[in-house]
Design a protein around this ligand. Sequence first.
Ligand code: PEP
Ligand code: MG
Length: 589
Amino acid sequence: MQILQGIPVSSGIVIGRVFVLDHDPHRVARWTVSPDRAEDEVARFDTAIEQSLADLDGVYAEAEAELGIETAKIFLFHKGMLSDPSLIDPIREMIRQERVNAEHAVVVAFDALARAFRRQRNSAFRTKTDDIRDLATRVLDHLMGSGPARLAELEHPAIIVATDLTPSQTAAFDRETIVGFVTDLGGRTSHTAIVANALELPAVVGCRNITMTAKAGHTAIIDGDRGLVILDPEPQELEKYRGFIEQRRTYQLSLAEVADLPSITRDGIHIRIFGNIEFPEECTTTIEKGGEGVGLYRSEFLYFAGGESEPTEEDHFNAYTECLDRLHGKPLTIRTVDLGADKYTQSQAVTPERNPALGLRSIRYSLADKPAFVRQLRAILRASALGPVKVMFPMVTTIGELRQAKHILGDVMEDLDDLGVEFDRGIEVGVMIELPATALTAPTFAQEAQFFSIGTNDLVQYTLAVDRTNERVSSLYQPAHPAVVQLIRMIVKAANKAEIEVSCCGEAAGELDYALLLMGLGLRTLSVPGNSIPHLKRLVRSVSIQQCERIARKVRSFYSEVLAATYLRDQTRKLVPEAFDGRAVEARD
Ligand code: PEP
Ligand code: MG
């Protein structure tokens, strides 16, 4: 038995069999094949090449139909490489001469090719190294039978073990067979973690070397509350965890009771609790769990669902109308696409950015791709005729960006008017405050926006210069840092002064300790992952705003984020001990 500590990002406990997803080329084993098996090994390699070429025919045809001949040409290049004797023959020779396994020969040959491309002066060649990696993975998939193909054949409850996962990979998991995942990399508020939460898939990230330790097919337990992964558990440990799973079930049932009760503090203040969603279906769970509507729809997830092609105006519109149908008159706040950084664009980019978190992301990305932005705004406005819809822009840095975005929105309204298309002329336009720059100039933004939504996930990242996806600095990622607390206070003050609504939709709003602080700092609207809604409502109903304000005052007196975090945790335990009953107490120890 081995116990590994990672970062808990999606709660729950599951037991399953390990499935190692990656083909890390650096971890492909080398072995010697006997002289009489060498030709079989060459034949195995030839079959893998044939299968890869057949895959590429399919991919090419699909790309040509959906993306046009120019884009599809990239797959002709892939086919050309796999048919090139100068690449393929030396691999066969290496298998015969050195009597090594085909996987090893593939890795060596493709590595050499990638190095040769990287040395080229012409940047067009250098960008081809990703294609080479992609091709090597395709051939290795056929040799080793891994990746999506094997995933599709899973028949038992599986725990996915991977170096890292993209949000789209996670979103595509089959929930029937995949019960949880663990990764080497990743941080608490990475978008993969957010998807795991949305899918209610227990997950631990930042386990550093789990891919080196876990063995395929062996039993493992994920404890998504404590961030533990137990490999090859002893029978007593398995028994203990089966008990925890039962206790959790009972606790969840008791939480369900608060769904229909009002979200009012003991001194009668209404705290509005909304849900954060990534997929329209989550609107239903948001309402079932007691949310008052959707406070953050991460609309960029539409890009992950449609494979390689961009969502059309109709794709956007259909998703928004589905949300409205499921919300039965409750409000829907759509955030325009927040692409860039760890979401989607880097893996798709011809030239990946050197510093994507500071690059062309969020509203910058939309303003740089006006046709796509217009498509989305048209869909949002059309949906606004069918139910209560608000729109907000992510990661706005300058007032100029807000004005530009509003200007484009105005143009789209005029076009729809000309066409006689209905929309809500009074649609509220909000700004996400996710950067210290925006927080410090909040009074200016408050003059031109109708509401604020504080994105603490990014606000913490950019204030403390801590990558939210990097497990190596995760201990520095502290929402209770005095600088963050001060910025939140400034934002709330600016909103109150201008009499506009301010909410918080970062993950911190769903964590009980920080929710207490946020309420104490003046927030009356919180938007949280669906799973957190009942916990949060129970907290709201157990405290008074006076208590929250006292706690916030005390936190503001601390110079250290560690003291602040410890104090908040202690206070939460005192105020809502029932939230830490039984298993839950253990979970947070
Ligand atoms: C945030 O930054 O807090 C936020 C809600 O946006 P996202 O997590 O999608 O970046
Ligand atoms: Mg953000």
